[in-house]
Design a protein around this ligand. Structure first.
Ligand code: SF4
Length: 469
């Protein structure tokens, strides 16, 4: 998970503070990555970049933004995978080659990084890290044509996996999406400016209007000649279904669908599939809330706010001491006794990965006086790892992998447990062909190299559904 943003304003157009627009665009995309943030700008002659560890509002202040003058900008918020909380991995990645500079921000994960890295090394291209983003940036920067569009098109033909990226030179901006469209990227307009963003909520915040999603395998180049779109490949598209279930903000529109509405319908379907007698429906805030509202509406059970979330938790560099760590989940959530005491509670969450947070949540609800805790999950069980840039977990860490629903329920300590079915997901999110659902089915839309697979997969069987008590 990462957030990317890009803006191009004509050099001769009205003065626009592109660094400030990018700051606010990233601010809207903060949920996609809290590890580091960065912005690169160009004034037509020179690319200047600034990046650091932390939230967007921690990395940038008025002083830093005022040092980023120009009419083209890109930005990035990063959610790292394990063990890589280092400045060197913050983006945009900047590379100089052939007398020009490129800056690139990427959301996704390449599956042929090792092979491309070897090839670049053979061409004596120096690399500072092993990151797939640097490989992508190097392929574009080292391209012999010097034309941004040609370099991007060529790179898109070489790289495999999931990617949605923004890239800029001194004179132009480009955005591109992998042939399966696994990670999202939208195009918007702000007067005569072109804007690219991971999600439409970033366009809303800066007052831009959503034009459309960039299509799977499509690229756009914007420069003094205007915007030029080009589609490479004709695969049907496999958008990560977890963008709909959890990742994207509920106020974003993706592939023409408002995500709050989709999640509410998932909750309604869950109420149809897994009804239960109860006194109150609560959601795990924030991402479980729309589905909880849907479940309550369809079941007729009143909706209540039984869990309060500390909205400022984010990532902190101050580690809690042991006593605090043992209380774990209370750093993030607290239970409202007045809503829960003596009640039969339906709690709706969007997904369960390892289950450690869910187990503590269930326990917290009982401690706050809930008589029964019926857990309803608005996605099917996660049974396979993600190779496309979502740091979920390895196969053996996934709670539902190789376990029956009843075994999972016992581990979580809930009174009952039910997940949305794959059919239910299809009925609410859309046809299975339009989505990557690999972590739910084990069927990956692209070839996963054996070494990558072996590192993560243990080929455990999928869980067997059981009747709900
Ligand atoms: S494997 Fe799961 S999390 Fe990863 S891209 Fe596919 S649907 Fe999304």
């Amino acid at each position: 998970m990462c957030g990317v943003f890009g803006i191009y304003t004509p050099a001769e157009g009205p003065d626009r503070d592109v660094a400030r627009s990018t700051f606010f665009g990233l601010f809207a995309l903060q949920h996609r990555g809290q590890e580091s943030a960065g912005i690169a700008v160009s004034d037509g002659d020179r690319v200047t970049a600034m990046k650091d560890m932390g939230l967007v509002s921690q990395v940038f202040d008025e002083g830093r933004l005022s040092g980023l003058a120009g009419h083209i900008a890109i930005g990035h918020t990063r959610y790292s995978t394990t063990g890589s909380t280092v400045w060197q991995n913050a983006q945009p990645v900047v590379r100089h080659a052939g007398g020009r500079t490129i800056a690139l921000g990427h959301n996704g994960n390449l599956t042929n990084t090792a092979e491309l890295r070897e090839e670049l090394r053979g061409r004596r291209v120096s690399m500072r890290s092993t990151s797939d983003t640097e490989v992508m940036a190097a392929l574009i920067a080292e391209h012999e044509s010097g034309d941004l569009g040609e370099a991007v098109a060529d790179a898109m033909g070489r790289i495999e996996g999931a990617f949605a990226a923004v890239v800029m030179t001194e004179r132009g901006l480009a955005g591109f999406r992998d042939p399966d469209g696994i990670r999202p990227l939208v195009v918007g307009r702000l007067g005569d400016a072109w804007v690219l963003a991971s999600e439409s909520c970033a366009l809303d915040l800066i007052g831009a209007t959503l034009e459309r999603d960039l299509e799977p395998g499509e690229m756009v180049v914007v420069d003094e000649r205007g915007a030029r779109f080009r589609k490479l490949g004709d695969r049907p598209g496999s958008l990560c279904v977890f963008e709909y279930i959890y990742f994207a903000r509920p106020d974003s529109v993706m592939h023409g669908r408002g995500l709050h509405e989709v999640r509410r319908r998932m909750g309604e379907r869950l109420a149809d599939e897994a009804p239960v007698e109860a006194d109150v429906v609560i959601g795990v805030p924030d991402s479980g809330t729309p589905a909880a509202v849907g479940y309550a509406r369809r079941s007729g059970i009143p909706f209540g706010e039984g869990l309060v979330k500390n909205r400022y938790v984010g990532r902190t560099f101050i580690q809690p001491d042991q006593a605090l760590r043992e209380r774990g989940v209370r750093l993030k959530f607290n239970a409202l006794r007045s809503v829960l005491e003596g009640r039969r509670v339906v709690v709706v969450d969007d997904s369960i990965v390892r289950g450690s947070t869910t187990r503590k949540l269930v326990q917290m609800l009982f401690e706050a006086g809930a008589r029964e805790v019926h857990l309803r999950v608005s996605s099917p069980p996660i049974v396979s790892p993600c190779f496309y840039g979502i740091d979920m977990a390895d196969q053996d860490e996934l709670l539902a992998a190789g376990r029956t629903i009843e075994e999972v329920r016992r581990r979580l300590g809930a009174t009952s447990l039910a997940y949305l079915s794959l059919d239910g997901l299809e009925a609410t999110a859309g046809p299975a062909e339009g989505f990557c659902r690999a972590c739910l089915t084990g069927e990956y839309p692209t070839e996963i190299p054996a070494d990558m697979r072996l590192a993560k997969l243990r080929f455990e069987p999928a869980p067997v559904p059981v009747e709900i008590r």
